[in-house]
Each structure stands twice: as structure tokens, then as C-alpha cells.
Design a protein around this ligand. Structure first.
Ligand SMILES: Nc1nc2c(ncn2[C@@H]2O[C@H](COP(=O)(O)OP(=O)(O)OP(=O)(O)O)[C@@H](O)[C@H]2O)c(=O)[nH]1
Ligand SMILES: [Mg+2]
Ligand SMILES: [Zn+2]
Length: 360
């Protein structure tokens, strides 16, 4: 039973000390507020965390869907005593006054980043999801859903491919079945994929299509603005007939940025190399690419060799990332603010001239 949920020798090894305490290994398959559903070697059961857990655990330490745990089996509900080390984890900044990190899912092999071909494609949001995926350790795959509602998708696919070098992009439709085979290639038996994306893009519908049964509730999007209705409110791991595991999540407005520096670097690695190569030709060694004369980066932005939208998105993410690190360091904060203010101004000014056209 546990094997089909991805139990491995490495996990067996990590679990050894808990086995000595008479605890049972289990995987969290449903998480809703403080309540859990776990699967053990003998079946499913409800679970809660131990009193010690509630007192001592902070933020990311609580079990989440996908976690492997050590549990004490009881008649009514099992008691989770410990969380085994995570192979991968997705975090976002928690909302609310307490803040902190919120781990969204654990032990995920593949991150399916879903966006609908029906609505306007938000490339900047996809970039953020990509950064988070890279940071988590899971392999990202971009899913463009509702392909049946999109007549001309070639241009959209090209735009997405351009911001995600090396990342597979699949156009799929739960309605017609298009792209479902391509998607299935990333869903291997015993491996876990998580579906991430805004409300209404069709995450739960995909799970049901793959499961061949209505496992998750789905609901039509709003007619006026095509937004979802936040139908799914919990995180659930579903074992598919193929033997693959898929984790459905509630549509989030935005994945927060938390320690995604590394992921950010992976997403923008090519852009960064491009900028570095260009900067070699800047007149000044320490050129900030803002107002300095003889700036090769700005020249490239001006003649279109460097994509202005991506350059700005990169800068915006860097500003936000830096913000987390600079909270304690007022000097660095001020220096960074100045640098980005001038870059931002320069980029804006340039975009304005481009919109106006060279002859105006
Ligand atoms: N035309 C078309 N509609 C789809 C497709 N997939 C999903 N839908 C519809 O989109 C609506 C929203 O689907 P859901 O699966 O509930 O969306 P979700 O991403 O799970 O939304 P949340 O649970 O709120 O995060 C439903 O009315 C689905 O029938 C598709 O491939 N084609
Ligand atoms: Mg859903
Ligand atoms: Zn420069």
C-alpha cells in the first residue's frame, strides 16, 4: 500500500528511529485546516497532530499534504508525532498579520503550472510560479488548459516557451482529451505531481479526467470576468489508476515569494547571461544600466535585442526579493532603492519612446 504512494528505501531509513518507538509510517493525503487524512500500510484514517506538535511547531514545521509522517494509530484518529525530512517543498509567504512561511505541498517530483488558454495569459505570473517551482526542487511543466476554447494558440505557446527555456509546455483540454497523453508522460507510477494555478483554470477537472472519476468538486467560472470561484478549499493527493499521484490545490491568487532567489536565478539564467555579456561593452565597468552614457544594455533594450518586458519583470522580482533580505539593513535598503528607482525610470522612459514611435 505505501509503495504505491512512493515509499522508498531512503524513507525506510529515515523512519527507523520512529519504528523503534512503535510508530507507523504514513503519508498525508488530505489537509484541511488542522485536520488530516493519512494513508498507512493498511488503509486510510483521519489524523491530527500531537499536542507537543501544536505547542512546538512553527510555520513550515506542521505536516502538509504529501508529507511522510510517523503516526501513532488510535481507534478514532491517528496522532502525527513527527514529519520525515522532505525531499522537496513548496512554500509561499503566508497571508494575515502573523506572516511567516506557509508550506503548500511536500515531496513533489513534478510541478504542473496551470494557466488557462481561455483567459488572458499572465506571463509575469507564470514566471513567478516557475521561480517557485525551481526553488522547490520539483521539475516544472507548464500546462496551458482549456485548449478547446482557444483557436489560435501558436503565438501564445511561443510566448510561453520564450519565458521558460528548457521547460516543457503542454496545451491540453480535459474536454477533448487533447494533450492528455503528453501530460501523462510526466506522471510516473509512485511519483507525485502538484497542480498549481489560479482558481478556475481547471485543475480539479484535470484530476477527474486523469482519475476517470469525479474525485474533486468543480464549478463553472464566473461569466462576467471568467474568474474561478475558489471551489477547491483543501489540498488532496489522489492516486491515479496509472499509479501516479497528483496533488490538487486551491487556486491561489498569487504564490508569494519566499526564498525563491535560487529559483529566480534559474528562471532568468539566460537573461542574466545576456545582460552580463552586453555589460562587457558598457563604457563604465560598474555601469548600473540606468543613465550612464555608453550603456550597452540600454542600447540593446532600445533596438529590441533585449526584451524590455522580461528585463522589467526581472528587475521587479529582484526588488521584491531584495526587500525580504533588506528588512534588517537600512543602508543596503537605501542603496537598493536608489538603484532600482533609476533603473525603473530609465526603463519607463524607454518604453514611452518606443510606444510613441521613433518619428513622433
Ligand atoms: N472548455 C473547457 N472547460 C474546462 C476545461 N477544464 C475545466 N473546464 C471548466 O472550467 C471550470 C473550472 O474548473 P475547475 O476544475 O473547478 O477549476 P480549478 O482550477 O480546480 O478551480 P479552483 O478549485 O477554484 O482552484 C469548470 O466549469 C470546468 O468545467 C477544459 O479543458 N475545457
Ligand atoms: Mg479545484
Ligand atoms: Zn550599462
Amino acid at each position: 500500500m505505501l509503495d504505491s504512494y512512493g515509499w522508498s528505501d531512503a524513507l525506510q531509513h529515515a523512519f527507523a528511529p520512529f519504528a523503534d518507538q512503535g510508530l507507523t509510517p504514513a503519508r498525508v493525503i488530505v489537509q484541511q485546516r488542522g485536520l488530516y487524512r493519512i494513508v498507512t500500510g493498511t488503509g486510510e484514517t483521519k489524523a491530527r497532530v500531537s499536542g507537543r506538535f501544536s505547542h512546538e511547531a512553527v510555520g513550515g514545521a506542521f505536516p502538509v499534504t504529501g508529507d511522510w509522517v510517523a503516526a501513532e494509530l488510535k481507534d478514532t484518529a491517528a496522532v502525527i508525532q513527527a514529519v520525515l525530512p522532505r525531499a522537496t517543498e513548496f512554500s509561499r509567504r503566508a497571508s494575515g498579520p502573523a506572516g511567516g512561511v506557509q508550506v503548500v505541498a511536500a515531496n513533489v517530483d513534478v510541478a504542473l503550472l496551470a494557466a488557462s488558454l481561455n483567459a488572458e495569459l499572465n506571463l509575469r505570473r507564470l514566471e513567478r510560479y516557475l521561480a517557485t517551482a525551481h526553488e522547490s526542487g520539483a521539475r516544472p511543466v507548464i500546462l496551458l488548459t482549456k485548449a478547446d476554447l482557444c483557436e489560435d494558440r501558436a503565438a501564445l505557446l511561443a510566448e510561453v516557451a520564450a519565458i521558460a527555456p528548457g521547460v516543457p509546455v503542454i496545451a491540453c483540454s480535459a474536454n477533448t482529451g487533447e494533450g492528455m497523453e503528453a501530460l501523462a508522460e510526466y506522471l510516473a507510477p509512485g511519483k507525485t505531481a502538484v497542480l498549481l494555478g489560479s482558481s478556475g483554470v481547471g485543475k480539479s477537472t484535470l484530476v477527474n479526467a486523469l482519475a476517470g472519476a469525479p474525485r474533486m468538486a468543480t464549478k463553472a467560472i464566473r461569466e462576467g470576468d471568467a474568474r474561478g470561484r475558489h471551489t477547491t478549499t483543501h489540498r488532496e493527493l489522489v492516486l491515479l489508476p496509472s499509479g501516479a499521484l497528483i496533488l490538487d490545490t486551491p487556486g491561489m491568487r498569487e504564490l508569494g515569494l519566499w526564498e525563491v532567489q535560487q529559483g529566480l536565478e534559474a528562471t532568468f539564467a539566460d537573461l542574466r547571461l545576456e545582460i552580463e555579456a552586453l555589460a562587457e561593452d558598457c563604457k563604465f565597468r560598474d555601469c548600473g544600466h540606468a543613465r550612464e552614457p555608453g550603456c550597452a544594455v540600454r542600447a540593446a533594450l532600445e533596438d529590441g535585442r533585449l526584451d524590455a518586458g522580461r528585463y522589467e519583470a526581472w528587475g521587479k522580482l529582484q526588488r521584491e526579493m531584495g526587500h525580504e533580505q533588506r528588512k534588517e539593513d537600512p543602508l543596503a535598503r537605501e542603496a537598493n532603492r536608489k538603484m532600482w528607482a533609476s533603473r525603473h525610470k530609465a526603463a519607463r522612459a524607454w518604453i514611452k519612446t518606443k510606444r510613441r514611435g521613433p518619428d513622433d
